[in-house]
Design a protein around this ligand. Structure first.
Ligand code: CDP
Length: 224
């Protein structure tokens, strides 16, 4: 079973996906974290994003792993835990440029399909229902209004200790800029799949979003 969740930045995809994965006892794959990780690695190694050959060489050496520990899922890049580091403003500001690179996407889509191959899985991102798993069993497109998205993201940034994260308008601006870049890029832009169900999380609590998705999945399952 594949559940695809797509949607704009900070719309509540991760929180929903984590809850649904737990409720349905399936694997959760945060594909945004993977694009963030590669962005982190390129910056750390001072690789120019525009240098396609250097980016390609870097990708070929990359070791990216999700590790389940007691508290949550940790993302390891070359055996270093980067779970919190990839949530910084610096990564927010650069990730859309990196995720627009064709070879980066090709590499990611390949490993995402491999990771979900032998397991029931919920994947969240921008192109899951359109490109990675166009035949997914269930597709959702999660949205929320700008104010809620900015408030939620500000809370996230404060929780990872990002000191630049003080102004709601600055955060909102960053989300809008990133959504614009993600939706207008040439390769697999952020887009609702025609058959995805829209869930607006603006006025919903986390457990209500989770319940909504789980109910739809379970209902459809009984019809199969
Ligand atoms: O948490 P937030 O919604 O802000 O973003 P994310 O899901 O962590 O994704 C970070 C960035 O990765 C996005 O802004 C996209 O540029 C890129 N991304 C993508 O291109 N394709 C995906 N399937 C997932 C993320």
């Amino acid at each position: 079973m594949i559940v695809a969740i797509d949607g704009p930045a900070a719309s509540g995809k991760s929180t929903a996906a984590i809850g649904v994965a737990k409720a349905l006892n399936i694997t959760h794959l945060d594909t945004g974290a993977m694009y963030r990780a590669i962005t982190f690695g390129l910056i750390k190694n001072q690789i120019n994003f525009k240098d396609v050959k250097a980016v390609e060489a870097y990708i070929s050496t990359l070791e990216l792993k999700f590790c389940i520990n007691k508290k949550n899922t940790a993302l390891m890049l070359d055996n270093v835990d980067i779970t919190e580091k990839i949530r910084s403003n610096k990564i927010n500001e650069n990730v859309s440029e990196v995720s627009a690179i064709k070879i980066v996407r090709q590499y990611m889509v390949k490993i995402q399909r491999e990771m979900a191959k032998d397991t029931d899985c919920i994947l969240e991102g921008r192109d899951i229902g359109t490109v990675v798993f166009p035949n997914a069993d269930y597709k959702f497109f999660i949205t929320a209004n700008d104010k809620s998205r900015a408030e939620r993201r500000l809370t996230d940034l404060v929780s990872v200790g990002d000191k630049k994260a003080s102004d709601l308008d600055v955060v909102l601006d960053e989300l809008r800029v990133r959504d614009h870049k993600d939706s207008t890029r040439d390769h697999s832009p952020l887009k609702k799949a025609d058959d995805a169900i829209i869930i607006d999380t603006t006025h919903l609590a986390v457990d209500e979003v989770v319940k909504k998705i789980v109910n739809i999945v379970n209902h459809k399952r009984t019809l199969i």
